[in-house]
Ligand binder design. Structure first.
Ligand SMILES: C[S@@+](CC[C@H](N)C(=O)[O-])C[C@H]1O[C@@H](n2cnc3c(N)ncnc32)[C@H](O)[C@@H]1O
Length: 265
């Protein structure tokens, strides 16, 4: 199916599934440049992680985060909408891991008991759910299953940086086209839903959550993908250190493709 036809699919779950027939989620974090988002996010999660903690990964994709933490001995539950992804995760779980995998929708995880998890990851649903009330419903579910002192991690895609990367990397004519409003710079919410930094803050604030950190998860890494992928190990390690230094500075937030928000009740 062509991408234009996918945008016309009414049912959210069917639309997301059709989208991942085109996008290969399994290779999303597969290069040095793409790993920057993963390594930065893991580093932030590990600041809150203590032995014995329970982790929920909502919108788990093909299980990059779930499997990483399950391999390190944490008790992990992965919930994912797309059946193909669920099967891919299940295929990687081994008997030594304490890990459950379910197919489910982040808007309704009533099969999970309230206040069960120390850490809840929500990396995907908020940039797929097209209606704001559904995104609020998803955040309410995250909040419900998170323990009183638990931490919640939310990923967003930055509206403002997408205009730069689309123009510079993929589509020179993007600036002249209709994929964004030329006055407000709001990008059309397809194939993903895009948020400005303030919209992320407002969404979490309106959900009655306290934001404790705002992180430029991948910074300039998508824009500089070729350069980063060609770095030798020493330069890559220096690049990561420099990125870690920048990613917590508020002035870098808007120039990151992915944004990571950490919140508590
Ligand atoms: C780009 S992937 C990210 C996967 C993984 N969390 C990561 O960060 O690498 C987004 C994932 O969110 C899933 N997703 C989107 N909407 C969802 C929903 N309403 N409920 C559960 N999963 C959803 C998609 O199927 C997809 O696998």
């Amino acid at each position: 199916m062509k991408i234009e036809d996918i945008s016309k699919i009414e049912q959210e779950a069917d639309r997301v599934s059709a989208l991942y027939d085109i996008f290969d989620e399994g290779s999303r974090l597969s290069t040095k440049a793409r790993q920057v988002e993963f390594l930065t996010t893991v580093r932030q999660i590990e600041k809150s992680l203590r032995p014995g903690m329970k982790i929920l990964d909502l919108g788990a994709g093909t299980g990059e985060y779930s499997l990483y933490f399950a391999k390190r001995g944490f008790d992990v539950t992965a919930i994912e909408l797309v059946e193909k992804h669920v099967m891919q995760i299940k295929g990687k779980v081994d008997f030594q891991m304490s890990m459950e995998v379910f197919q489910g929708n982040a808007m309704d995880i009533s099969m999970i008991k309230d206040k069960t998890y120390d850490i809840v990851l929500c990396f995907g649903p908020l940039y797929h759910l097209s209606k704001i009330q559904d995104r609020m419903k998803c955040i309410a579910e995250v909040k419900k299953v998170c323990k009183k002192d638990g931490k919640m991690f939310f990923a967003f895609i930055s509206n403002d940086m997408v205009i730069t990367t689309e123009t510079m990397l993929y589509e020179e004519d993007f600036l002249k086209g209709n994929n964004y409003n030329h006055d407000t710079f709001k990008v059309v919410d397809f194939p993903f839903v895009f948020h400005t930094v303030d919209q992320c803050r407002n969404l979490l604030r309106e959900s009655d959550l306290k934001v404790t950190s705002e992180i430029a998860a991948d910074g300039l890494s998508e824009l500089l993908e070729d350069k980063i992928n060609n770095m030798d190990e020493e330069s890559y390690s220096k690049w990561l250190n420099y990125h870690y230094y920048c990613c917590e500075k508020p002035e870098f937030l808007g120039t990151s493709n992915h944004l990571l928000f950490v919140a508590e009740k």
